[in-house]
Write a protein that binds this ligand. Structure first.
Ligand code: AMP
Ligand code: FES
Ligand code: ZN
Ligand code: ZN
Length: 311
Protein backbone atom coordinates (compact mmCIF):
# COMPACT_ATOMS: atom_id res chain seq x y z
CA UNK A 1 0.00 0.00 0.00
CA UNK A 2 1.54 3.28 -1.15
CA UNK A 3 0.55 6.89 -0.42
CA UNK A 4 -1.41 8.40 -3.32
CA UNK A 5 0.51 11.67 -2.93
CA UNK A 6 4.16 10.80 -2.24
CA UNK A 7 4.29 7.01 -2.91
CA UNK A 8 5.92 6.35 0.44
CA UNK A 9 4.55 3.56 2.63
CA UNK A 10 0.87 4.27 3.38
CA UNK A 11 -0.56 3.86 6.86
CA UNK A 12 -4.26 4.61 6.31
CA UNK A 13 -6.40 3.00 3.62
CA UNK A 14 -9.64 4.72 2.56
CA UNK A 15 -11.63 2.11 0.67
CA UNK A 16 -14.54 4.47 -0.04
CA UNK A 17 -12.13 6.79 -1.87
CA UNK A 18 -10.15 3.87 -3.28
CA UNK A 19 -6.95 5.43 -1.97
CA UNK A 20 -4.27 5.32 0.76
CA UNK A 21 -2.13 7.91 2.49
CA UNK A 22 1.06 8.17 4.54
CA UNK A 23 0.59 9.92 7.94
CA UNK A 24 1.52 13.41 6.67
CA UNK A 25 -0.77 13.25 3.65
CA UNK A 26 -3.57 11.63 5.62
CA UNK A 27 -3.57 14.54 8.11
CA UNK A 28 -3.58 16.91 5.14
CA UNK A 29 -6.52 15.01 3.58
CA UNK A 30 -8.62 15.33 6.79
CA UNK A 31 -7.75 19.00 7.19
CA UNK A 32 -8.64 19.69 3.52
CA UNK A 33 -12.02 17.97 3.91
CA UNK A 34 -12.83 20.27 6.83
CA UNK A 35 -11.75 23.47 5.09
CA UNK A 36 -13.65 22.43 1.95
CA UNK A 37 -16.84 21.87 3.98
CA UNK A 38 -16.47 25.22 5.75
CA UNK A 39 -16.03 27.11 2.48
CA UNK A 40 -18.63 25.18 0.47
CA UNK A 41 -21.39 26.00 2.97
CA UNK A 42 -20.10 29.42 4.12
CA UNK A 43 -19.98 28.07 7.67
CA UNK A 44 -17.69 30.78 9.09
CA UNK A 45 -14.52 32.73 8.37
CA UNK A 46 -11.44 33.57 10.44
CA UNK A 47 -13.14 36.91 11.31
CA UNK A 48 -15.90 35.06 13.21
CA UNK A 49 -15.94 34.05 16.86
CA UNK A 50 -16.64 30.32 16.81
CA UNK A 51 -17.90 28.27 19.77
CA UNK A 52 -17.14 24.53 19.49
CA UNK A 53 -19.09 22.12 21.70
CA UNK A 54 -16.40 19.78 23.03
CA UNK A 55 -17.48 16.49 24.60
CA UNK A 56 -13.94 15.12 25.16
CA UNK A 57 -14.56 12.47 22.48
CA UNK A 58 -12.48 12.03 19.31
CA UNK A 59 -14.65 14.11 16.98
CA UNK A 60 -14.79 17.38 18.87
CA UNK A 61 -11.12 17.17 19.97
CA UNK A 62 -9.97 16.43 16.40
CA UNK A 63 -12.06 19.34 15.12
CA UNK A 64 -10.59 21.68 17.74
CA UNK A 65 -7.10 20.59 16.67
CA UNK A 66 -7.81 21.03 12.93
CA UNK A 67 -9.48 24.45 13.22
CA UNK A 68 -6.86 25.85 15.58
CA UNK A 69 -4.10 24.78 13.15
CA UNK A 70 -6.04 26.47 10.33
CA UNK A 71 -5.99 29.75 12.31
CA UNK A 72 -9.69 29.99 13.23
CA UNK A 73 -10.78 31.78 16.41
CA UNK A 74 -12.34 28.84 18.28
CA UNK A 75 -13.37 28.62 21.95
CA UNK A 76 -14.41 25.28 23.47
CA UNK A 77 -17.63 24.74 25.41
CA UNK A 78 -17.90 21.69 27.64
CA UNK A 79 -21.13 20.76 29.42
CA UNK A 80 -20.69 18.69 32.56
CA UNK A 81 -23.77 16.56 32.28
CA UNK A 82 -23.66 14.74 35.62
CA UNK A 83 -23.53 11.17 34.24
CA UNK A 84 -21.29 9.74 37.00
CA UNK A 85 -17.73 8.72 36.17
CA UNK A 86 -18.34 9.08 32.44
CA UNK A 87 -18.86 12.84 32.79
CA UNK A 88 -15.87 13.24 35.12
CA UNK A 89 -13.56 11.56 32.56
CA UNK A 90 -15.06 13.60 29.69
CA UNK A 91 -14.30 16.85 31.54
CA UNK A 92 -10.74 15.65 32.32
CA UNK A 93 -9.95 14.87 28.65
CA UNK A 94 -11.41 18.17 27.48
CA UNK A 95 -9.53 20.21 30.09
CA UNK A 96 -6.25 18.37 29.43
CA UNK A 97 -6.48 19.13 25.67
CA UNK A 98 -7.33 22.79 26.30
CA UNK A 99 -4.45 23.20 28.75
CA UNK A 100 -1.84 21.46 26.58
CA UNK A 101 -2.79 23.53 23.54
CA UNK A 102 -3.44 26.73 25.54
CA UNK A 103 -7.00 27.04 24.24
CA UNK A 104 -9.94 28.91 25.76
CA UNK A 105 -12.56 26.68 27.36
CA UNK A 106 -15.95 27.52 28.86
CA UNK A 107 -17.25 24.88 31.28
CA UNK A 108 -20.88 24.67 32.32
CA UNK A 109 -21.95 22.33 35.12
CA UNK A 110 -25.59 21.27 34.78
CA UNK A 111 -25.82 19.95 38.33
CA UNK A 112 -24.51 23.05 40.05
CA UNK A 113 -26.40 25.46 37.75
CA UNK A 114 -29.74 23.66 37.53
CA UNK A 115 -29.69 21.53 40.68
CA UNK A 116 -29.76 18.16 38.89
CA UNK A 117 -27.48 16.41 36.40
CA UNK A 118 -28.79 14.20 33.55
CA UNK A 119 -28.91 10.98 35.63
CA UNK A 120 -30.96 12.44 38.49
CA UNK A 121 -33.07 14.56 36.15
CA UNK A 122 -34.11 11.58 34.01
CA UNK A 123 -35.00 9.53 37.11
CA UNK A 124 -37.10 12.34 38.55
CA UNK A 125 -39.08 12.97 35.34
CA UNK A 126 -39.15 9.27 34.36
CA UNK A 127 -37.83 9.98 30.89
CA UNK A 128 -35.05 8.17 28.96
CA UNK A 129 -31.74 9.87 29.89
CA UNK A 130 -30.77 10.49 26.25
CA UNK A 131 -33.82 12.56 25.39
CA UNK A 132 -33.46 14.83 28.46
CA UNK A 133 -29.73 15.01 27.84
CA UNK A 134 -30.17 15.98 24.17
CA UNK A 135 -32.65 18.69 25.10
CA UNK A 136 -30.27 20.18 27.70
CA UNK A 137 -27.36 20.09 25.25
CA UNK A 138 -29.27 21.82 22.45
CA UNK A 139 -30.62 24.44 24.84
CA UNK A 140 -27.32 25.31 26.53
CA UNK A 141 -25.24 25.22 23.33
CA UNK A 142 -27.54 27.90 21.92
CA UNK A 143 -28.03 29.85 25.16
CA UNK A 144 -24.32 30.06 26.00
CA UNK A 145 -23.32 30.91 22.42
CA UNK A 146 -25.76 33.84 22.55
CA UNK A 147 -24.75 34.87 26.06
CA UNK A 148 -21.05 35.02 25.14
CA UNK A 149 -21.83 36.61 21.75
CA UNK A 150 -20.40 33.96 19.44
CA UNK A 151 -21.23 34.12 15.73
CA UNK A 152 -21.64 30.40 15.25
CA UNK A 153 -21.92 27.19 17.28
CA UNK A 154 -20.27 24.10 15.82
CA UNK A 155 -20.35 20.43 16.85
CA UNK A 156 -18.27 17.36 16.03
CA UNK A 157 -21.08 15.38 14.34
CA UNK A 158 -19.49 13.09 11.73
CA UNK A 159 -20.67 11.15 8.68
CA UNK A 160 -21.67 8.12 10.78
CA UNK A 161 -23.76 10.31 13.12
CA UNK A 162 -25.45 12.12 10.26
CA UNK A 163 -26.14 9.00 8.17
CA UNK A 164 -27.58 7.18 11.24
CA UNK A 165 -29.81 10.18 12.08
CA UNK A 166 -30.98 10.31 8.47
CA UNK A 167 -31.69 6.57 8.54
CA UNK A 168 -33.84 6.98 11.69
CA UNK A 169 -35.65 10.01 10.28
CA UNK A 170 -36.42 8.21 7.02
CA UNK A 171 -37.46 5.00 8.76
CA UNK A 172 -40.02 6.94 10.81
CA UNK A 173 -40.71 9.57 8.13
CA UNK A 174 -39.96 12.43 10.50
CA UNK A 175 -40.65 15.29 8.09
CA UNK A 176 -39.84 18.09 10.55
CA UNK A 177 -36.51 16.51 11.51
CA UNK A 178 -35.69 15.81 7.84
CA UNK A 179 -36.29 19.44 6.93
CA UNK A 180 -33.79 20.48 9.63
CA UNK A 181 -31.13 17.87 8.83
CA UNK A 182 -28.25 19.78 7.33
CA UNK A 183 -24.55 20.48 7.96
CA UNK A 184 -25.54 24.13 8.38
CA UNK A 185 -28.56 25.74 10.03
CA UNK A 186 -28.77 29.50 9.62
CA UNK A 187 -30.20 31.59 12.43
CA UNK A 188 -33.94 32.16 11.85
CA UNK A 189 -34.55 34.16 15.05
CA UNK A 190 -32.45 36.68 17.01
CA UNK A 191 -32.24 34.14 19.86
CA UNK A 192 -31.12 31.25 17.65
CA UNK A 193 -27.43 31.01 16.85
CA UNK A 194 -26.18 29.64 13.51
CA UNK A 195 -25.11 25.97 13.81
CA UNK A 196 -22.64 23.98 11.69
CA UNK A 197 -21.09 20.50 11.49
CA UNK A 198 -17.73 20.77 9.68
CA UNK A 199 -16.92 17.02 10.08
CA UNK A 200 -20.05 15.76 8.33
CA UNK A 201 -18.11 14.17 5.43
CA UNK A 202 -15.63 12.22 7.58
CA UNK A 203 -16.37 8.85 9.18
CA UNK A 204 -15.79 7.90 12.82
CA UNK A 205 -12.97 5.61 11.76
CA UNK A 206 -11.30 8.35 9.73
CA UNK A 207 -11.45 10.77 12.67
CA UNK A 208 -10.15 8.10 15.08
CA UNK A 209 -7.17 7.56 12.71
CA UNK A 210 -6.48 11.30 12.76
CA UNK A 211 -6.43 11.27 16.59
CA UNK A 212 -4.25 8.17 16.65
CA UNK A 213 -1.64 9.64 14.29
CA UNK A 214 -1.50 12.90 16.26
CA UNK A 215 -1.67 11.17 19.66
CA UNK A 216 -4.77 13.13 20.68
CA UNK A 217 -5.97 11.58 23.96
CA UNK A 218 -9.76 11.36 23.85
CA UNK A 219 -12.48 9.64 25.86
CA UNK A 220 -13.00 6.24 24.27
CA UNK A 221 -15.75 5.07 26.59
CA UNK A 222 -19.32 5.29 25.24
CA UNK A 223 -21.95 7.00 27.37
CA UNK A 224 -23.46 4.30 29.67
CA UNK A 225 -26.94 5.46 28.60
CA UNK A 226 -26.23 4.75 24.93
CA UNK A 227 -26.50 0.94 25.33
CA UNK A 228 -29.47 -0.26 23.28
CA UNK A 229 -29.96 3.13 21.61
CA UNK A 230 -31.50 2.98 18.13
CA UNK A 231 -28.75 5.20 16.78
CA UNK A 232 -26.15 2.48 17.57
CA UNK A 233 -28.22 -0.13 15.72
CA UNK A 234 -28.50 2.16 12.68
CA UNK A 235 -24.75 2.82 12.78
CA UNK A 236 -24.10 -0.91 12.89
CA UNK A 237 -26.43 -1.56 9.92
CA UNK A 238 -24.79 1.19 7.89
CA UNK A 239 -21.32 -0.11 8.79
CA UNK A 240 -22.26 -3.56 7.49
CA UNK A 241 -23.49 -2.00 4.28
CA UNK A 242 -20.28 0.03 4.03
CA UNK A 243 -18.11 -3.13 4.28
CA UNK A 244 -19.95 -4.70 1.32
CA UNK A 245 -20.25 -1.48 -0.62
CA UNK A 246 -17.72 1.23 0.35
CA UNK A 247 -19.11 4.75 -0.03
CA UNK A 248 -22.72 3.82 0.83
CA UNK A 249 -22.95 6.07 3.90
CA UNK A 250 -21.67 9.05 1.98
CA UNK A 251 -23.99 8.39 -0.99
CA UNK A 252 -26.97 8.05 1.33
CA UNK A 253 -26.30 11.36 3.12
CA UNK A 254 -25.03 13.38 0.13
CA UNK A 255 -27.92 12.18 -2.05
CA UNK A 256 -30.40 13.34 0.56
CA UNK A 257 -28.69 16.72 1.01
CA UNK A 258 -28.37 17.48 -2.70
CA UNK A 259 -31.53 15.86 -4.15
CA UNK A 260 -34.20 15.58 -1.46
CA UNK A 261 -33.60 18.21 1.20
CA UNK A 262 -34.06 21.21 -1.14
CA UNK A 263 -37.71 20.20 -1.60
CA UNK A 264 -38.24 20.51 2.17
CA UNK A 265 -37.08 24.12 2.13
CA UNK A 266 -40.51 25.53 1.26
CA UNK A 267 -41.96 23.88 4.37
CA UNK A 268 -39.41 25.49 6.65
CA UNK A 269 -41.49 28.57 7.44
CA UNK A 270 -42.37 27.60 11.01
CA UNK A 271 -43.50 30.53 13.15
CA UNK A 272 -41.30 30.95 16.19
CA UNK A 273 -42.61 32.54 19.40
CA UNK A 274 -40.62 33.49 22.48
CA UNK A 275 -41.02 31.10 25.40
CA UNK A 276 -43.22 32.67 28.14
CA UNK A 277 -40.78 31.43 30.74
CA UNK A 278 -37.24 31.91 29.32
CA UNK A 279 -37.67 33.95 26.13
CA UNK A 280 -35.96 31.38 23.89
CA UNK A 281 -37.57 30.53 20.52
CA UNK A 282 -40.29 27.89 20.54
CA UNK A 283 -43.18 26.84 18.31
CA UNK A 284 -45.55 26.77 21.33
CA UNK A 285 -46.08 29.01 24.37
CA UNK A 286 -43.51 27.44 26.69
CA UNK A 287 -40.40 25.71 25.28
CA UNK A 288 -39.78 21.98 25.84
CA UNK A 289 -36.69 22.74 28.00
CA UNK A 290 -38.76 24.84 30.45
CA UNK A 291 -41.58 22.26 30.44
CA UNK A 292 -39.08 19.51 31.27
CA UNK A 293 -37.55 21.45 34.17
CA UNK A 294 -40.99 22.51 35.44
CA UNK A 295 -41.93 18.83 35.60
CA UNK A 296 -38.69 18.06 37.47
CA UNK A 297 -39.50 20.84 39.94
CA UNK A 298 -42.96 19.36 40.57
CA UNK A 299 -41.72 15.78 40.94
CA UNK A 300 -38.59 16.50 43.00
CA UNK A 301 -37.89 18.44 46.14
CA UNK A 302 -38.37 21.98 44.68
CA UNK A 303 -35.40 23.25 46.70
CA UNK A 304 -33.14 21.00 44.62
CA UNK A 305 -34.13 22.37 41.23
CA UNK A 306 -33.17 25.86 40.23
CA UNK A 307 -35.39 28.15 38.14
CA UNK A 308 -34.47 29.05 34.58
CA UNK A 309 -34.10 32.68 35.73
CA UNK A 310 -30.77 31.61 37.25
CA UNK A 311 -29.29 30.88 33.78
P1 AMP B 1 -23.16 13.14 20.73
O1 AMP B 1 -24.49 13.80 20.83
O2 AMP B 1 -22.67 12.61 22.04
O3 AMP B 1 -23.05 12.19 19.59
O4 AMP B 1 -22.14 14.32 20.38
C1 AMP B 1 -22.24 15.06 19.20
C2 AMP B 1 -21.49 16.35 19.37
O5 AMP B 1 -22.13 17.13 20.40
C3 AMP B 1 -20.05 16.20 19.85
O6 AMP B 1 -19.18 16.00 18.76
C4 AMP B 1 -19.82 17.53 20.52
O7 AMP B 1 -19.56 18.54 19.56
C5 AMP B 1 -21.16 17.83 21.16
N1 AMP B 1 -21.23 17.35 22.58
C6 AMP B 1 -21.69 16.17 23.04
N2 AMP B 1 -21.60 16.10 24.39
C7 AMP B 1 -21.09 17.29 24.80
C8 AMP B 1 -20.76 17.87 26.07
N3 AMP B 1 -20.95 17.20 27.21
N4 AMP B 1 -20.25 19.12 26.10
C9 AMP B 1 -20.05 19.82 24.96
N5 AMP B 1 -20.33 19.31 23.74
C10 AMP B 1 -20.85 18.08 23.64
FE1 FES C 1 -26.34 12.28 27.04
FE2 FES C 1 -25.46 9.86 27.00
S1 FES C 1 -24.37 11.66 26.47
S2 FES C 1 -27.32 10.51 27.79
ZN1 ZN D 1 2.39 10.72 1.44
ZN1 ZN E 1 -38.19 28.23 27.85
Amino acid sequence: MRCKKCHKKASVELRRHNTSFCPIHYIEFVSNQVSRNIKKHNMFTSANRVLLAVSGGKDSLALWDILTKQGYNVTGLHLKLGIGNYSLKAAEKTRAFAETHELQLIEYDLESEMGLGVSRLSKSIKRAPCSGCGLNKRYFFNKLALQFQFDVLITGHNLDDEAATLFGNVLHWQEQALSRQSPILESTHPNLVKKCKPLYTLTEREIASYCLLLKIAYQEEECPNAAGAHSLLYKDLLNRLEVQSPGSKQQFLQGFLSKIRPSFRSQETVTLNECDSCGMPTTGQVCSFCRMWERARKLTDPKLVNGTSNL
